[in-house]
Design a binder for this molecule. Sequence first.
Ligand SMILES: Cc1ncc(COP(=O)(O)O)c(C=O)c1O
Length: 482
Amino acid sequence: MPVSDSTISALIDLNRADAEGLVAQLTSQLRALIATGRLGKGCALPSSRRLAGDLGVSRNTVTYAFEQLAAEGYLEASHGRRPVVTVDGSERIEGTGAVASKTRATRTQLSPWASKLKQTDWPMSYQAPLKPLRPGHGDFREFPNEVWARCLRRSAVHAARRELGPVNRTRLREALAHYLATSRGVRAIADQIMILPSAQAALSLIAAALITPGDEVWVEDPGYPGAAAAFRGSGARVTGMKLDAQGMQRVPEAPAPRLIFMTPSHQHPTGRLMSLERRTAFLGASQPGKTWIVEDDYDGEFHYDSRPVPALQGLDAHGRVFYVGTFSKAMTSDIRLGYLVAPPALAGILEIAQRHIGLIASSHVQEALAEFIADGHFLAHLRRVRRLYHARRDHLAEGLERHLGEVLTAEVPSGGIQLVARLRRGRADHAAVKRLGEAGVVTRALSSLALDKPRDHGLLLGFAAWRENEISAALRTMASCF
Ligand SMILES: Cc1ncc(COP(=O)(O)O)c(C=O)c1O
């Protein structure tokens, strides 16, 4: 059904006081209206002059938003004509399997936090079909399900004999403290470790405990959208820090923020390793008790070219670093287990906060995992898949060079589960992702991971989850698409 210009204007709600600029707000609100089917395929949007007038913003603001959505494949915009929606909310957008619902946007009174959720496409855009070369996963098919099932069974059978009460099971905390010390150089006693349903839960817990609305938080740009989402959820002003070859950059003259979020082992998404010099600089900038660092080591188990670089947390002698990890990549994401190593001074209050929010992982699963680790199955699994993923990384990197070297430049990471291939020409990564998605290859646009205005354009390609023959087939399809 056609939607009138005035209805479209009325559906937009811009806030000049918001740290997110007007262009970003308008772009994300229009994107959400299209993605939810509120503005269907073929719907003509108001002209930039009309919409700018209705919303009381400059015409450039509207034009930039239209251009961005056209680049992402949501709109067709040509000079002198009203832009037209080119996708249906029920279709998969950019091959990511985004949106299903066509229900009407409601005007229910939501909290300020919840009312902003619909303006962002994270995490929907992370729910692409599970097909090559979807990034972000290990190979679940390689997980030793039979062994894991035995651990789960034993844990359930022994449940009646277990002490009730501790939300963070001692056996798992101790197993993790030992594993993290020996494998990642993390310095922690068991009491500092919270067992949570995910790394994302750890970020939300940190945000709830430390952020006062208006606090400044630095994140990597491009970076992991879940981090910005968690900190914004607590009212933080989130600023993106550019990257260079050494990882996240620090702006020396900028006043130290409340919190700095980083992925120093393999920067998400570029895979870059933060240099020791940069790590030391960030530690130096974080004053104990004032500026905290959150180190997200989401795939630090996977390193291929040299010995793994120890965690930043292990370099910190003053208890300024939160260390976050997850079993989503190393085991399977369905296991729903992550952890947080809190600075000693905050461990007690974080455990109380954890109970208040209810971010508690099942004791059955915690006990099963403690046994899985103690009996050596976890390390054995890691050793096996590390070899596989190493070969898959090389296979993808070589194939990209051989078949797509004219159009893409791969940045080969020393570890991790995915790599970035930059477009040699142009900035149309959304269009490329859409074209590849239609041909059956799932990728992610690098520009979609920008916090603000995208500076980087390319494709994020997963290698860990895909067998070499699957990678070869995907490369052939890709070569026919460019
Ligand atoms: C950098 C980074 N951190 C954290 C996570 C989330 O992990 P979890 O599934 O445990 O929430 C992801 C997931 O893709 C990630 O890429």
